[in-house]
Design a protein around this ligand. Structure first.
Ligand SMILES: C[S@@+](CC[C@H](N)C(=O)[O-])C[C@H]1O[C@@H](n2cnc3c(N)ncnc32)[C@H](O)[C@@H]1O
Length: 350
């Protein structure tokens, strides 16, 4: 791996160790628009895996790059678990989870083809949250038996899978937080390598074209995750951080963001506001490149830039789809990349 990329991974790793819990609460489980994009990923991935399981009995091994708190691996494990096989306490936990996440309902064909699952993440704090999630929903036996392995490592060096068909996934714009374009290319290469000639690769990302309607608001309402984006002007009182007072939804434009100031212990110390700087906003919407005041960078890649990356790294085996075609409201801000050497996904999505 190139020295620059390695250094950027180290820097970003510190940020993710630090923000894991807040990210989980405010982003993964907390923001309604983000939850809506997640639910679309969960539905379609579940649908395609079930379809594939009906067609062929061969084992499927799912590998997730940047698995975070294992939102999706947990759902896939739930869908392969029969409550009758669990102790009463775990059974109740799983039933409660399924009431909130119907995608975790038991599916017999998937239960038969679901092989081992591996989640790779460079943040130990995120992996700890993943393990907690499995216990919380009554599925800790998947971790104990090592049918799910949570590996501390780089998304750019994914482990080999057991014999069967690998499905290598990377969700919720993780590609956009994976250390710039060099990182994105390294990710595409590692997905390709791990999926091999008969596997599937799936990357779900936001697109720069939705930065104005969806991105600005998402970053502004989750200021405590990675800090204040540099398009917002306004002084922050010494020793305080800003917390958004509202969660503006997609499409709601607001030039001024009301915030609470909170001290290091999280106690409220006052109120204030941050204001959008129009030139900087224009630039961010054009490039999709986000930088916070602390220097942390992430991206919503423009559609055409992603298309180029797919052509370069996956060639004929790769293609890109706007999931707005599948679901206009939830899919519009997203772009999905498929590594699909057998063409089965293209055929299935039509
Ligand atoms: C946007 S979160 C997505 C979490 C999860 N996939 C989900 O959909 O809920 C991105 C995750 O990627 C991890 N990450 C970022 N760069 C990474 C890298 N180079 N190698 C491994 N993990 C990385 C972060 O620690 C974080 O958990």
């Amino acid at each position: 791996m190139k020295v620059d990329l390695e250094a950027r991974q180290k820097d970003d790793q510190i940020v993710w160790e630090d923000c894991a819990q807040t990210y989980e609460e405010q982003v993964v489980e907390g923001h309604p628009d983000i939850r809506s994009a997640e639910s679309l990923e969960e539905e379609w991935l579940g649908h395609l895996l079930r379809k594939r399981s009906w067609q062929r009995p061969e084992q499927i091994h799912v590998v997730e790059a940047g698995c975070g708190s294992a939102r999706v691996l947990a759902q896939l494990a739930a869908a392969a678990t029969q409550t009758e096989d669990l102790e009463p306490t775990d059974r109740k936990l799983l039933q409660a989870y399924r009431r909130l996440r119907p995608e975790g309902a038991f599916h017999s064909a998937w239960a038969q083809t679901c092989g081992k699952m591996v989640g790779v993440d460079f943040s130990r704090s995120m992996l700890a949250l993943a393990e907690e999630r499995f216990s919380r929903i009554g599925l800790s036996r998947w971790i104990q038996s090592r049918r799910v392995q949570l590996i501390h490592g780089s998304a750019f060096q994914l482990p080999p899978t057991a014999p069967g068909q690998p499905w290598v996934i990377c969700l919720l714009n993780s590609i956009g937080v994976m250390q710039g374009e060099e990182g994105a290319r390294a990710l595409l290469r590692s997905v390709r390598q791990a999926a091999g000639a008969s596997g599937v690769g799936f990357i779900s990302a936001y697109r720069a074209e939705a930065m104005e309607t969806h991105g600005l608001n998402q970053y502004e309402s989750t200021l405590e995750v990675a800090g204040i984006p540099d398009w917002l002007e306004g002084d922050v009182p010494t020793g305080c951080r800003a917390r958004a007072r509202q969660t503006p939804r997609a499409g709601e434009a607001q030039e001024v963001l009301p915030v609470d100031w909170v001290d290091e212990s999280g106690a409220l110390t006052g109120h204030g506001e941050l204001r959008r700087q129009p030139d900087r906003v224009r630039q961010v919407c054009l490039t999709g490149q986000v930088r916070t005041r602390s220097g942390y960078q992430s991206r919503w890649y423009p559609w055409s830039q992603m298309a180029q990356l797919v052509r370069d790294e996956w060639g004929e085996a790769g293609w890109q789809i706007s999931p707005g075609r599948l679901d206009h409201l939830r899919g519009r801000p997203l772009q999905w990349l498929w590594f699909d050497p057998t063409g089965w996904i293209r055929e299935s999505l039509g």
